[in-house]
Design a protein around this ligand. Structure first.
Ligand SMILES: *[C@@H]1O[C@H](CO)[C@@H](O)[C@H](O)[C@H]1NC(C)=O
Length: 247
């Protein structure tokens, strides 16, 4: 009986994982187009107070601060990336900044990484509120969830063609621009130890962003204090298509 239950659990986990992978991997041009049209809220000016989250719907009281908003990464195109920062429970100033990227390509770091994996909140079964994830990484780090590239999650571009000729190189350049400008909005994070983390297709994003930061640091008076990067269950060598074929 215990075994049977175990099997059912494993099977449903596999199905759940497949569904999640499927949802992440497939962002049709149509959906991307809709997101681009949503536009708005680009901005970029203003300090961090404009980005403060007082509370999310159905959220338990918490002692840490949260912020979210857009950082324009390319004025000419009108590209802006969306982020959600959940600071450390305790001593946020003494903890590093951990940037988290989901993969896909096309997977939202807010919907997946923050809300189902390493973030402080989980959504309850009824969808009526949030509860705390006791395994959240923000017990030891300030978590910066970044939605990238433009077209993923709430991140967007006002130039529709960006969604068709997007690629890893631009993703890395935009993410670097994001970090530089985001730190101008949050000066207390300048010089902070930074770790890049991610999973799945972020096996491309993370090391390529690390390389872009190293190149930037070599010629900047205000280098980003990149300490390391970490990737897990990465999708660096094979495409999702071949994974699905094998199944
Ligand atoms: C995108 O276009 C909208 C509507 O014109 C504008 O409000 C917004 O600031 C633009 N976004 C960026 C990043 O330029």
């Amino acid at each position: 009986m215990v075994m049977a239950k175990g099997k059912i659990f494993v099977v449903s986990m596999v199905i759940l994982t497949l569904v999640v992978v499927h949802v992440c991997a497939i962002a049709t041009p149509h959906e991307v187009e809709k997101q681009a049209k949503r536009g708005g809220g680009g901005g970029g000016g203003g300090g961090e107070e404009a980005d403060r989250i007082l509370a999310l719907p159905g959220q338990p009281k918490v002692s840490f601060q949260q912020f979210s908003g857009y950082v324009t990464v390319n004025e000419a195109a009108g590209r802006a990336l969306f982020y959600w920062l959940t600071e450390s429970f305790q001593n946020p100033l003494s903890h590093p900044l951990v940037v988290w990227l989901n993969g896909g390509p096309g997977c939202s770091s807010v919907a997946y990484g923050a809300s189902e994996e390493i973030g402080p909140f989980r959504i309850n079964k009824a969808g009526s509120g949030l509860y705390l994830n006791k395994f959240s990484w923000n017990t030891v780090a300030n978590l910066l969830f970044l939605e990238t590239p433009a077209g993923v999650g709430f991140s967007y571009s006002n130039r529709s063609s960006d969604l068709l000729d997007t690629g890893d190189l631009r993703t890395a350049e935009d993410s670097l621009q994001f970090l530089i400008r985001w730190m101008n909005r949050f000066p207390r994070y300048k010089n902070r130890e930074v770790y890049l983390t991610g999973e799945s297709y972020a096996g491309h994003y993370v090391p390529q962003l690390a390389r872009a930061i190293v190149a930037y640091n070599a010629q900047s008076k205000h280098p980003i204090n990149l300490k390391g990067f970490m990737v897990n269950n990465i999708q660096t060598l094979v495409s999702y298509v071949s994974v699905f074929m094998d199944l």
